[in-house]
Write a new protein. Sequence first.
Length: 585
Amino acid sequence: MILPNQPNFKSHFAELLHHAASKVASSDLTTRIELARTKQAKHGDYSCNLAMQLAKPLHKNPREIATLLIDALPPSPYLEKAEVAGAGFINLFLQISAKQQFPYYVLKHGSNFGHQNIGAGKKIQVEFVSANPTGPLHVGHGRGAAFGASLANILAAAGFTVTREYYVNDAGRQMDILALSTWLRYLQLNGFTIPFPKNAYQGEYVRDMAQLIEKAHGKRYVHQPDLLLQNLSSTPLEIEVDEEEQLNKWIVSAKKILGEDYAYIHNFALTEQLGDCRNDLMEFGVEFDTWLSEQSLFDNGMVAHAVELLEKKNYLYQQDGATWFRSTHFGDEKDRVVQRENGQFTYFASDIAYHLNKFERGFDQMIDVWGADHHGYVSRIKGAIQALALDPAKLEISLVQFAVLYREGKKAPMSTRSGEFVTLRDLRREVGKDAARFFYVMRKSDQHLDFDLDLAKSQSNDNPVYYIQYAYARVCSVMAQWDEDAAILHSTDTTMLTSPMELALLQKLIDFPDMVESAARESAPHLIAFYLRELASEFHSYYNATRFLVTEIPLRHARLALVASVQQVLRNGLALLDVSAPEKM
RNA sequence: GUGCCCGUAGCUCAAUCGGAUAGAGCACCAGCCUUCUAAGCUGGGGGUUACAGGUUCGAUCCCUGUCGGGCACGCCA
């Protein structure tokens, strides 16, 4: 007899079928045992299509195979019966007593209920957000943050050892533009009339930084602004010039004039923005284990080292003065530059070094969470990994689609450079952290998200966040009125839970560990969001149809055990999404 | 123009890596508060899964084409 070592009947049944299959189909069985929850009660609780899968290799009728499999099933106290149905489905019926006893498992495991061990402690790294620290996070970053954080929680619950990482793009041109922007605002603050390029950072936060520098150091960084102006005016305004090229000249000029002080401005802006970002994320419930600096990869020679490795493996060539990586060899549409004509490494080069670094740190699996606009980047980074003789299967790249805000039925405008964007902080202030976190993961990540601000704010049953939290608060209220030690519910007799609604609710609780597993395996936090909505819905129905605090004590305790289990699962599920579970509303 | 993603009820979205009669919520209609929180519940109508073929026991899912939408196509990051 085989008994489950954890309250997971689905995997238990899968195990039974596996044993049956090894008898029926002899040795070479490669078909995976897939169990599915049924949609209709007459099909039992779980169904399996194994017989249909085996029909071809065994050259037999599926229904015939199904019968053989059922006959070969080892006995189990949890299996009421198994039936052949339809084209050859095997329908499994869970013992009613197994369902009735389930609150015992839920209450016993408490906040750990639902946790799985499919990860088996394997080290997995989730890298997400990784936004340039050149300004406040906006609502686009919010989705990546919510998705990555929830996914990391789910993976941890599924038994993985998770490292949450933020890759800091502190090297490169964007940071230089920020430093320049800050200095220009600083000079303006000190009374110099200097034009501000439109492709520099326009945001108010740049002026704030300038003010902070002014407050702390006075005119310490006012260096030869006349010289800067001279350099700038060298290009006549009438002549059409490449604005980006022009901005580069400004940066070069600023570096020359500031000398060693440039590093101060640069570092100040970086520290300030990164601190703001970290703080913002923390208030959003998102925290990281490691922040890895791109600049550090240059400083410790990792970038040069990575490029050298590619060179040794003959995947590089020179053309037009630059060094190219042969990414077309790995399915990319064109080759990519790793080192520019001017000798500087590209962002791609440091990213190769970064991924090499990830592999060297010994993660069993890695997940990169990127905005969907980076999808064209996937093949080249996978190519580089292959070129370095690393296993690309260890790296999963999750592309998260954009979120579009809707206010009063209309799109809310958002663009980064113009300064007219909605920040993540603004969004949190408007709808609250809980609603923001939930709404961001309510949809499948590869699906565009329409974020309805009015709905997120509304305190109504239309709002899924409140709907779920309200279910939790209702249980809390009942428990408070009962006002006895909940510990006695852990061992109470629950066999009088027999109504269809109670059995459905019990089955819903049984499903939770499977949901955690699916969400982890498919990198799909939205499954948890949907599950919680359904669980809350079934609870509300039960609540309206049944009185819990009945005078008959055994029945009261049985129902309270069920309700307390619902409470526990709601709390555990919300915790995976970092959404709070308020006791009163 | 080329590549990737997407197209499911009036709207917003699911559908457990090909499974049984494609499901929820909103909106619409009709009901439920002397009773544990009505921020709730009950019932009802809503579909040729963009379109046309193909693959097989079986297709929203896989393949081909068409139409429509998004994104990407730098020695930017």
